[in-house]
Write a protein that binds this ligand. Structure first.
Ligand code: SF4
Length: 83
C-alpha cells in the first residue's frame, strides 16, 4: 500500500464510521474500495455518495439501497471524506 492509499484509507474509514458503519465494517469496506480503485472498477457504494442520507434514503433518487454494495449509478457524486 502506498502513502496515498494509506491516507485515503484512513479518511474513508472515518467517513464510513460517521455514516454509521462499525469500525471493522468500515475497515473492510475501505479495503474493498482500495482494491476496486486499483482495478479501475467504476462501481461505487451509496455510503460514498453525497446524496446518501443517514436515514438510508437517497436525496437524488429517493430509493433506499444497501449502503455498502458496489453498483453503477448515474446520479452518484463523491462525498469527500474529511479528517
Ligand atoms: S445517487 Fe445513486 S449512488 Fe448516490 S446514494 Fe443515490 S442511489 Fe446511491
Amino acid at each position: 500500500m502506498n502513502t496515498a492509499e494509506i491516507n485515503r484509507m484512513a479518511l474513508r474509514i472515518g467517513m464510513f464510521q460517521r455514516r454509521g458503519l462499525e469500525l471493522l465494517q468500515a475497515e473492510a469496506l475501505a479495503d474493498s474500495c482500495m482494491l476496486r480503485d486499483r482495478d479501475m472498477d467504476d462501481r461505487r457504494a451509496c455510503v460514498e455518495c453525497k446524496h446518501w442520507q443517514t436515514s438510508g434514503t437517497c436525496a437524488a433518487k429517493q430509493v433506499a439501497l444497501p449502503k455498502t454494495m458496489f453498483h453503477r449509478c448515474h446520479k452518484f457524486s463523491w462525498q469527500v471524506p474529511r479528517s
